[in-house]
Design a binder for this molecule. Structure first.
Ligand code: PLP
Length: 398
């Protein structure tokens, strides 16, 4: 029996150029973004300008985490304590966490078999909750039909904030994810598309919103030393009316990220080659459904999902165990108890319990794995072959 020997949590090393840039920052001792020598522009400010250019957004703010950018976005958008905020039922814990951070109430929207937000349920819940904001998680990199979404948002007068933790570099009909609404939120945490350990970007074209976000991030009165900030006039109102919630990115992390941004597009091409190698094998497996990738979507295949609709708990556990014994670490979203990074809406007990039968049904058959770039395309073919064999074994009619 063939066995896989790689590690699903091993990312590539930080590039040499980034290590040298980081070493330079450490030698200088000027790690704080506002600690600069005369005439020097901080690494954090340079990174903001470069990410804004990559994203095609007017403004960019670098923060300490993706979760921080979402909480700042919600607060800068005017979300008040107690207010309902629409979001996906299928997402990662920092998303409802960001809503809770501003004292608001997540209203979860159902999930389709393609792992995207259900637009009919969104319309229904927009109506029933009276929410004015959707914090949309492009969970695991699956973009909903953004044209159909725009119509629902317009019909219900809803402002969009995008969680692009898994779609940095992805596009819909040529427009980058993160550019469809008021703001885009990105993460540079180790398992995302750029790696600074922790970190995040908030992007927007709205000057007053961005001025509030920059003040929230803890800019004191040094907002003119940002790399992609609105002009000083935009801060007239925000500068004395916005609390400082200290979550600035430092120059060390910025130095590590700048060289990675330059190779992001080639990293995306490498991820997609790996994704497509897995997809080619699993697509034809009986009993298995691989998410459809619409023609309008350019995705980043940094992780892979498949569904075994209707799989029993015993068979799911047998699949996890069979794969694990052969070195393939699958995650299952149907587990009763949250494991590792994987949890679902039932484990967020600070939120009012909500009935989400469709999402529960989808998650009960949903399996997931990372595809780090330390895997070769051949590794991915082997992983997929192992999953296919184990699936055939556990799904065999008794
Ligand atoms: C990682 C992630 C985030 C942000 O995470 P941080 O660890 O706070 O940077 C947000 N949404 C999703 C879906 C994520 O996977």
């Amino acid at each position: 029996m063939r066995v896989f020997k790689g590690s699903f949590t091993q990312q590539e090393p930080i590039p040499q150029e980034a290590i040298e840039a980081a070493t330079e920052v450490m030698r200088s001792g000027r790690l704080h973004r506002y600690n600069t020598a005369p005439g020097e522009t901080a690494e954090a400010a340079l990174l903001e300008a470069e990410y804004a250019a990559y994203q095609g957004a007017k403004y960019c703010l670098a923060c300490t985490s993706g979760g921080a950018t979402m909480a700042f976005a919600l607060r800068a958008a005017g979300v008040a304590p107690g207010e309902a905020v629409l979001t996906n039922a299928f997402t990662l814990a920092p998303v409802p966490g960001a809503i809770a951070a501003v004292g608001a109430r997540p209203v979860f929207v159902e999930t389709t078999d393609n792992l995207t937000i259900d637009l009919d349920d969104l319309a229904a819940k927009a109506q029933s909750s009276g929410a004015s904001i959707l914090l949309l998680s492009h969970m695991r990199g699956h973009l909903v039909d953004m044209d159909a979404l725009a119509k629902v948002l317009a019909d219900h007068n809803i402002t969009l904030i995008e969680d692009c933790a898994h779609t940095m570099g992805a596009t819909w009909n040529g427009t980058k994810s993160g550019n469809f609404g008021l703001a885009g939120c990105f993460s540079t945490q180790t398992y995302k598309h750029m790696n600074s350990g922790e970190g995040g970007f908030l992007t927007s074209d709205d000057p007053a919103f961005m001025a509030r976000a920059i003040m929230l991030s803890g800019s004191y009165m040094l907002y003119e030393r940002h790399g992609a900030a609105p002009p000083a006039e935009a801060f007239t109102d925000a500068r004395l009316n916005t609390p400082n919630m200290s979550a600035r990115m430092d120059n060390l992390r910025a130095a590590i990220l700048r060289p990675q941004l330059r190779t992001l597009d080639s990293a995306i091409a490498r991820w997609n080659a790996r994704y497509q190698a897995v997809e080619a094998v699993l697509k034809g497996t009986p009993g298995v459904k691989v998410p459809v990738r619409p023609r309008e979507e350019f995705y980043v295949g940094s992780s892979f999902q498949f569904l075994a609709p209707g799989i029993s708990e015993a068979a799911a556990n047998a699949l996890l165990a069979g794969c694990a014994a052969r070195g393939v670490e699958l995650k299952w979203f149907g587990a009763k108890d949250p494991v590792g990074f994987t949890s679902n809406h039932q484990s967020w007990r600070y939120v009012d319990p909500q009935a989400l039968p469709q999402t529960d049904r989808v998650l009960a058959g949903l399996f997931d794995m990372r595809l780090p770039l330390t895997f070769s395309v051949e590794d991915c073919e082997l992983i997929a072959a192992i999953i296919k064999e184990e699936l055939e074994r556990v799904l065999q009619p008794a």
